[in-house]
Design a protein around this ligand. Structure first.
Ligand code: AMP
Ligand code: TRP
Length: 332
């Protein structure tokens, strides 16, 4: 069976974009792949994280995976830092990846902002650690949101260059899985910006832990335009806020934007938003409640993560040992 690897940074404010762009797809892919789902705490510290908050957030993301329906017995849930193979392989990949490749990464430019000299070196080499996450398990498929496409292309380049340089057919080609109607959920305040954990306005996103009232309020206040909903998907193109809300509705109900418009063409936003809120609360409410329950039992969550890390390590260690052999590290 093909293997899936994916991860989320435990950096707080897990939101609807993470759920629709990533976790919801993972839940569906579980029946066709062996899956490994990670909280990438080593990626998280490429930007400053309060230690206590990092621990809390790691458990919160794990709780979100479990509450959304990831089966931690059949598949693997763990935090990255527990399996040393990630760091070991990342170093080797730092020596395979080229400066020119990393210089093209748009996420680094966005996150480093104007003060580039002051960004951590970790933030710069973030994509080689990401390639290591995937390839330490020889994973073939990686389900993510649209924003990770460039990183996955780089991971493919690293795998290819490694195979080529050492004259081996060792690493598989990685296939991204970027699917559904919500691969890029936008901010509820500004249809040109991605919904993100770090947006200073909490009204820009729906957090997985928001109460029903908060979800309804945020959707009611979401920016829209004054026109009723159009008849066709093509007409959504120049209406980013409308497009975003229709996309969210579609993803939450496993429909297409077209299906949603068949039902709502000509409707006012007041009606559409009220029904979108009911839908969002019906999907996210039970997940948020189960997350809260799991967060009250950290020992239980930690036991799942310990077991996951052991099983992850059992897969990754032999693969990284073979890589070290190929590279020529002496094992006296
Ligand atoms: P991050 O929050 O950057 O750790 O992202 C974790 C996962 O969520 C990745 O697969 C991202 O592509 C996905 N993701 C993050 N933000 C969004 C968004 N606004 N829309 C869709 N997917 C997203
Ligand atoms: N960079 C990803 C993000 O921020 C998280 C991530 C780290 C990841 N390692 C990964 C995703 C490996 C998929 C596979 O969204």
């Amino acid at each position: 069976m093909n293997r899936i690897f994916s991860g989320i940074q435990p950096t707080g404010n897990l939101h609807l974009g993470n759920y629709l762009g990533a976790i919801r797809n993972w839940v569906q892919l579980q029946s066709s792949y062996d899956c490994i789902f990670c909280m990438v705490d080593m990626h998280a510290i490429t930007q400053w994280q309060e230690p206590a908050e990092l621990r809390r957030s790691t458990r919160e993301v794990a709780s979100a995976y479990i509450a959304s329906g990831i089966d931690a017995k059949k598949h693997i849930i763990f935090n990255q830092s527990r399996v040393r193979a990630h760091a070991q392989l990342a170093w080797i990949f730092n020596c395979v990846a080229r400066l020119g490749w990393l210089n093209r990464m748009t996420q680094f430019k966005e996150k480093a902002g104007k003060d580039r000299e002051n960004a951590s070196v970790g933030l710069y080499v973030y994509p080689s650690l990401m390639a290591a996450d995937i390839l330490a398990y020889k994973a073939t498929h990686v389900p993510v949101g649209e924003d990770q496409k460039q990183h996955l292309e780089l991971a493919r380049d690293i795998a290819q260059k490694f195979n080529h340089d050492f004259g081996v057919e060792f690493f598989p080609l990685i296939e991204p899985i970027i699917k559904g109607e919500a691969t890029r959920v936008m901010s509820l305040r500004d249809g040109s910006k991605k919904m993100s954990k770090s947006d200073p306005s909490d009204y820009s996103r729906i957090n997985l832990t928001d109460t029903a009232d908060t979800i309804a309020l945020k959707i009611r206040k979401a920016k829209t335009d004054p026109h009723p909903l159009p008849e066709s998907v093509a007409e959504l193109e120049k209406r980013p806020e409308a497009d975003n809300l229709v996309g969210i509705y579609a993803a939450l109900s496993d429909k297409t934007r077209g299906d949603v418009l068949v039902h709502y063409a000509g409707a006012q936003f007041s009606k559409f938003k009220a029904e979108l809120s009911d839908l969002a609360v019906s999907v996210l409410g039970p997940i948020g409640a189960e997350m809260q329950r799991l967060m009250k039992d950290p020992d239980h969550v930690d036991a799942i993560l310990r077991d996951g890390a052991e099983r992850a390590q059992a897969i990754a260690d032999p693969i990284v040992a073979q890589v070290e052999e190929i590279v020529g590290f002496l094992k006296p």
